[in-house]
Design a protein around this ligand. Structure first.
Ligand code: C2E
Ligand code: CA
Ligand code: CA
Ligand code: CA
Length: 279
């Protein structure tokens, strides 16, 4: 079966629902991590394969643990979601990501987009729209450069409410993307109702693109469908040139994956991607 991104989700899976001593300790540690500013964002390039240009980045959180080192999100995001800590953590992510983009724009780098991931609990907060509005005001980034990624299943939980929230977000000028597309259970009928500008094809379909007919058929269908609906498509998890070339023949030219770059720190992105585009 198709796996969820991150790969390390199993670490804390068993008994995660229980409030064990370990769990509570861990929860406190997460809370302190936020207070001590131990979270960091890495940025993964999104490339237009036709032009070779950087079009945007996706911000991905890591926990820079004083003892354990860099802890990937698959380890701590599930617990943060369960405990509700994802709400303040997610707000920090938005501020940090938007603030970083502002620095890049001020430094004269070409305009790119900044995508952040929204958890279900964040999406369901009454004040999400005002939080996003405040982040835009405080940082002063053009709203159109800010992209919020939501998963299909998140949108299907209470789709009427989701659609309303999405419209309010869209009014702020931000763009919405459906993450991990193809793994959820939203119907095509619903897809039309969601005011999203981008579909991100889940990397589990890209992984076997070259030798799995079903994955290829599904990928082709998503690209065609998105085109018909006037949406952009980003293929996630592109690891090889044959995958990239195949996608290009299908007119999907926006790509993200290890073939181009893993998520990297801001400084490294500046050196390896932004500097080349300056001027
Ligand atoms: P995602 O949003 O689907 O992010 C893409 C994940 O795929 C990232 O893992 C990225 O490093 C990985 N990836 C990118 N290209 C490739 C590739 O070519 N091959 C392979 N095998 N993997 C690739 P990461 O950074 O460990 O994040 C895992 C998940 O954690 C994310 O999946 C997202 O659901 C969640 N996450 C990360 N940051 C945040 C955040 O700030 N807030 C929330 N709510 N969730 C986050
Ligand atoms: Ca995924
Ligand atoms: Ca994402
Ligand atoms: Ca994804």
């Amino acid at each position: 079966s198709k796996e969820v991104a991150g790969g390390s989700f199993h670490f804390y899976h068993e008994g995660m629902g229980r409030r064990t001593v370990e769990n509570v300790k861990y929860e406190n540690a997460l809370y302190r991590a936020l207070e001590r500013d131990e979270f960091v964002l890495f940025y993964q390039p999104q490339i237009d394969y036709c032009s070779g240009r950087l079009t945007g980045v996706e911000a991905l959180i890591r926990w820079n643990h004083p003892v354990e080192g860099l802890v990937p999100p698959g380890i701590f995001i599930p617990l943060a979601e369960q405990t509700g800590l994802i709400v303040p953590i997610g707000e920090w992510v938005m501020r940090e990501a938007a603030g970083q983009l502002k620095k890049w724009l001020d430094a004269g780098y070409p305009p790119i987009s900044m995508a952040v991931n929204l958890s279900a609990a964040q999406f369901e907060q009454d004040d999400l729209v005002s939080v996003v509005e405040r982040v835009l005001e405080e940082t002063g980034i053009p709203p159109g450069t800010f992209h919020l990624e939501l998963t299909e299943n998140q949108l299907m939980r209470d789709s009427e409410l989701a659609i309303e929230t999405m419209h309010r977000l869209k009014k702020l000028g931000v763009h919405l993307a459906i993450d991990d597309f193809g793994t959820g259970y939203s119907s095509l009928g619903y897809l039309q109702k969601f005011p999203v500008s981008t579909l991100k094809i889940d990397r589990s379909f890209i992984r076997d693109l070259m030798d799995d007919d079903d994955d290829r058929a599904l990928t082709d269908t998503i690209i065609t469908m998105a085109g018909n609906l006037g949406m952009k498509v980003i293929a996630e998890g592109v690891e090889t040139k044959p995958q990239a070339d195949y996608l290009a023949t299908r007119k999907c030219t926006l790509m993200q994956g290890y073939f181009f770059s893993p998520p990297i720190p801001a400084r490294q992105l500046e050196k390896e991607f932004l500097k080349n585009e300056k001027g």
